[in-house]
Design a protein around this ligand. Structure first.
Ligand code: ASP
Length: 452
């Protein structure tokens, strides 16, 4: 059995949904499909999810929502008309949206999640109706049927019972169309995953039914070894391990959500990233193990939006519990951190900047100074992480030196170096202004002259 996930651009309009139907029809093993909300039809179009966020914000501010609501409904109505569906499905979607908008707004986050999730929920209903109308018996199944998630305040994740609950889907006769991006708490409250979270739903489904393969359909032929918007014609990745993909998607390879790997990884289910617009292309396979290739490096990713908290205190290395108490202060601000490089008398905590503001920073600095008696405490902003990834790096000497030389040749200062203990990745912290230059230099160093 194959579980497929179709992303936003794959279901953005009627023409795309027809391609999806053809792909599903072409292989009877494709029994369960997870779908996103309609995405962008052209570069300057707006995703339905973004329209819905805007709609929810207006409703929360008590601004008139009629125009925004009709923009969303029109997106579905256009698709339904072009697919030859009658008005029934548009009425179902309209009623559903009105009901969500009329719901209690006192819990703002819950209200927002409910409106946001309607994008995938209604699209799944529409796609199931279309499949059935063309003689492909299909059934919309709601995450209410067992995709159980945790309660606030942490980020949303599926609880263990989800897998048992959803395993019964393997026995459904029809093709299952399942909306991506959300689940329900035990108390029945809808919660969405992070943006791009339909990948996670597909992975959960594949794991629950113990699929032979998870196909993730998007709008590119494969995953590239570097961002093609920065590097000209980067090498295509045919096969990559879960670990490599995890590291790359963490650092900006937006083709696959980094949280989506865990459910399939646990079961050893291979993933194939494929292109809805070119299904004949092989795509990129994500597998537990792969044979070594000519290059120790599989991919290079960069991501901006990081800040560094720098703390120094003489004889810090002798002070039992210093690191724990520092991280405790960060935890109490509900902030997650990414790296903590340290020296004898200093430590830096690297975190995503969107979690900070002036007030939070001032509070953290004051506490670190007072409670830990640190001598110097300050924040620095506008950093990027450059991540070099490859299973082959473990057995390769001199790679860090090559990377560091390539980076320093751009004139950039390396603010931090971190090598994970698995030695699958090497992370450099640099000022964001150098990010693209560094990516080009590293690509040149590791790929331009290597046969892969
Ligand atoms: N529609 C959601 C988003 O735009 C989730 C997804 O497409 O995976 O983030």
């Amino acid at each position: 059995m194959i579980v497929c996930k179709f992303g936003g651009t794959s279901v953005a309009n009627a023409q795309q949904i027809k391609k999806v139907a053809n792909i599903v029809k072409a292989n009877p093993a494709r029994k369960i499909i997870a779908v996103s909300a309609p995405g962008k039809r052209t570069n300057d179009d707006i995703k339905v999810t973004d329209l819905l966020i805007d709609l929810a914000n207006s409703a929360l501010r008590n601004v008139d929502t009629e125009l925004k609501l009709s923009t969303v409904i029109e997106r579905y109505a256009d698709i339904a008309a072009e697919l030859g569906l009658d008005d029934t499905i548009v009425q179902v979607i309209t009623d559903d949206l009105r009901e969500r908008l009329d719901a209690d707004k006192s819990q703002e986050a819950q209200f927002m999640d409910s409106i946001k999730a309607s994008g995938e929920d209604n699209n799944a209903k529409l796609i199931a109706a279309y499949f059935s109308s063309i003689g492909m018996p299909a059934k919309y199944i709601s995450p209410k049927e067992g995709l159980i998630v945790n309660d606030l305040p942490e980020r949303t994740f599926a609880l263990p019972e989800t897998y048992e609950n959803l395993s019964k889907l393997a026995n459904v006769e029809e093709i299952i169309v399942f909306p991506g991006f959300f689940g329900y708490t035990k108390a029945g409250v809808l919660r969405t995953f992070d943006r791009g979270g339909s990948d996670i739903t597909g992975s959960i489904l594949a794991s629950a039914v113990n699929a032979d393969l998870y196909e993730n359909f998007t709008d590119v032929d494969c995953v590239f070894s570097a961002n093609p918007k920065v590097v000209n014609c980067p090498v295509e990745i045919k096969e990559i391990t879960y670990r490599e993909m995890r590291e790359l998607s963490y650092a900006g390879f937006s083709v696959f959500h980094d949280e989506a790997l865990m459910p399939v990884y646990k079961q050893g289910i291979p993933v194939n990233i494929k292109n809805t617009n070119n299904p004949a292309a092989e795509g990129t396979r994500i597998v537990p193990k792969r044979p070594a290739t000519g290059s120790p490096v599989t991919g290079i990713a960069t991501d901006s939006g990081f800040s560094i908290l720098y703390v120094s205190k003489y004889l810090m290395n002798r002070e039992v519990g210093f690191g724990r108490r520092l991280l405790q202060i960060i935890e109490e601000e509900n902030i997650s951190y990414e790296h903590t490089p340290s020296g004898l008398d200093d430590i830096s905590v690297i975190m995503r900047s969107h979690q900070l503001n002036d007030e939070i920073e001032a509070r953290i600095m004051k506490r670190v100074k007072e409670e830990l008696q640190a001598e110097d405490v300050h924040f620095r902003h506008d950093f990027s992480m450059v991540v070099i990834v490859g299973e082959g790096m473990r057995n390769n000497t001199g790679l860090a030196a090559r990377a560091a030389t390539a980076i320093s040749n751009t004139g950039a200062n390396i603010e931090m170096i971190n090598q994970g203990s698995s030695e699958v990745s090497l992370v450099f912290g640099v000022l964001s202004q150098y990010e693209n230059q560094i990516l080009k230099a590293l690509y040149e160093e590791f790929f331009a002259h290597t046969a892969v």
